[in-house]
Design a protein around this ligand. Structure first.
Ligand SMILES: [Zn+2]
Ligand SMILES: [Zn+2]
Length: 338
């Protein structure tokens, strides 16, 4: 295929552009929701404020308070003295792999990931709001309390095996992240009064944000993310335009070449036809004339039927069926009648 590399490049570029666009739409949506979200203080009036709302719900509210476990907290597995309400343990392999073009590139593979969660609430002035489904949060700011990288010791055999298999291990990283008890957190989601319990859960479109940042910082972060995405979209968009231009140019040149070749072929054919016309005998009987044009002599034999009934000019336009017997034409060749 003439445009294989350009087409592959364009395909990859459009996929990246699509992903950027989707991310931008997400950011834009979150930004709009966030700006419209009401900042609700956790205090003694919150319960009565919710009772006045339809379904006792605020679809998108911002609350801020101190992380407090309901019941015993989770003790950190790797760091003594640290406790929290949510824990994420991760074992990641750092490795280099050989890509299809033969280049070795660094990448990461998560070998094991586990999460623990205990019920918790955000408390302020002696009042609390329980946070539901924290692990589903779109934004989840947790403290990395342990992060250790152990380089792999490679034997000669490992090197040989790595070279053959195309995967070499560099080392293992163990990390533990905890949402600490006592940290101050901003939560954004659906606030609901369910019976006597105040709780916050993912809103109808699924978004829940748990962050150490304030609402203003979060909006600023989203705006910065949007600007970066606009820059990236402009970059990948220009590459798309460039590749489309290259494909269009190649197509134009190919067509131009094709036209030039056709022109030469037609001119040569015309010259041959004129030469043939000059060499043809003039005084022919009707039997000797081509059955199609009735002017030129019969010059071509049709096979397998063997009929000599066409001149060379007409034979160029007839390729399927013999005009005399209607038999199928396998081949045609010059007939020499002496
Ligand atoms: Zn003819
Ligand atoms: Zn025939």
């Amino acid at each position: 295929m003439d445009f294989l590399y350009e087409s592959i490049g364009l395909g990859v570029d459009l996929v990246i552009l699509g992903l950027c666009l989707r991310q931008y739409v997400n950011y834009n949506h979150s930004g709009r929701m966030l700006k419209s979200a009401a900042q609700v203080p956790i205090d003694g009036d919150l319960r009565s404020a919710l009772e006045k709302q339809q379904d006792k719900k605020i679809p998108f509210a911002v609350i801020r308070g101190t992380v407090t476990p309901i019941g015993p907290p989770i003790r950190s597995t790797l760091v003594p003295g640290v406790s929290g309400v949510l824990q994420i343990m991760k074992l990641t392999e750092h490795r280099v792999t050989r890509g299809f073009a033969g280049f070795w590139t660094d990448n990461l593979k998560v070998l094991h990931e586990s999460a623990n969660l205990v019920p918790f609430e955000l408390r302020n002035q002696g009042h609390g709001v329980e946070i539901i489904d924290a692990l589903r949060a779109g934004v989840l700011d947790v403290d990395v309390v342990y992060d250790n990288y152990e380089p792999a010791t490679m034997t000669l055999w490992d090197h040989i095996f790595g070279f053959i298999s195309g995967i070499r291990q560099r080392g293992l990283q163990t990390s533990e992240a905890v949402l600490r008890e006592g940290s101050v957190l901003t939560a954004i989601g659906e606030l609901e009064l369910d019976g006597k319990v105040l709780r916050m859960q993912p809103s109808e479109d699924g978004s829940l944000i748990l962050t150490t940042a304030t609402k203003a910082t979060l909006i600023q972060r989203l705006e910065e993310g949007k600007s970066a995405l606009i820059f990236r979209m402009a970059f990948y968009g220009s590459i798309s335009v460039l590749l489309l231009g290259l494909i269009a140019r190649k197509l134009y040149l190919k067509r131009k070449q094709q036209r030039a070749e056709d022109e030469i072929r037609n001119r040569l054919e015309e010259e041959r036809r004129e030469r043939r016309a000059l060499m043809r005998p003039q005084n022919l009987t009707d039997d000797q004339r081509c059955v199609v044009c009735s002017s030129n002599p019969k010059e071509i034999i049709i096979l397998p039927c063997g009929h000599v009934c066409l001149c060379e000019d007409c034979s160029q336009h007839i390729s399927n069926i013999c005009p005399v017997c209607r038999g199928k034409i396998d081949s045609k060749t010059a007939a020499f009648i002496v």
